[in-house]
Design a protein around this ligand. Structure first.
Ligand SMILES: [Zn+2]
Length: 228
């Protein structure tokens, strides 16, 4: 439920009071943002802060404008910026505006927007920095090297002898891999079954609704009487 006018006014007041904690040059911009915010924007502002427990997620702070960054683009769902400690020249980060740590928490539409944005900017980025390739990197969990608990898609342009390494030692785990595959196959088939079931239910529902619609239309047609 979206907050009403009264609640929005109260939240705006609270946010404006918090502004004294920020550097002077940012206060003016933030003040305007808060004053012009719609109830939906205000709710997003609050929820992105609440959803990161420590209240210190650097990406959330960037998204809400409290921390400066090299912004490239933003829309209602995603934020695109240059990494300020890049792995290479042209290192771009695409993040969801809402705080999610893992890929399975990110809504499908937001993920799609992130991938679509990467697809859209990569040719131009590569052309600008004249790189010889690139890596798309998503780091998850501590062992995966995730440094900020806020999901991000990294575009890392690659150059000859750039010192970046994603090389790994190849292991011999054929039988173990087969066991994992069997388990995954089982899960996949269950997911697919569920999908098919839900599609069939949807189709049946649609057919039923169409029938009802048709009956309604037929009933509602009043044939004009022929003039004598
Ligand atoms: Zn965050």
């Amino acid at each position: 439920m979206v907050m009403d006018e009264g609640q929005a006014k109260e939240v705006k007041q609270q946010l404006l009071e918090q502004l004294s904690k920020f550097p002077e040059e940012q206060v003016k911009v933030l003040k305007q943002q808060i004053q012009n915010a719609t109830p939906e924007q205000l709710e997003k502002l609050i929820s992105s802060k609440d959803s990161n427990e420590s209240g210190k997620c650097i990406f959330c702070e960037i998204v809400s404008g409290n921390v400066e960054t090299i912004k490239v683009y933003e829309d209602s769902a995603i934020f695109v910026m240059m990494d300020i400690s890049p792995a290479s020249l042209g290192h771009v980060m695409i993040i969801p505006k809402q705080h999610y740590q893992f890929i399975f928490q990110v809504p499908d539409q937001v993920l799609w927007d992130m991938i679509k944005t990467a697809k859209m900017i990569i040719p131009s980025l590569i052309n600008i920095v004249k790189s010889k390739g690139y890596n798309l990197l998503i780091s998850q969990g501590t062992a995966g090297g995730q440094r900020v608990d806020h999901f991000s898609l990294n575009i890392i342009p690659r150059y000859e002898n750039d010192g970046i390494s994603f090389e790994w030692q190849r292991k011999t785990l054929i039988n173990e891999q087969k066991v994992v595959a069997e388990k995954l196959k089982e899960i996949f088939s269950k997911i697919k079954e569920e999908e098919v079931k839900s599609v069939i239910t949807e189709e049946k529902k649609e057919v039923k609704e169409e029938k009802i619609d048709k009956e309604k239309t037929e009933k509602s047609i009043v044939f004009p009487r022929r003039m004598p």
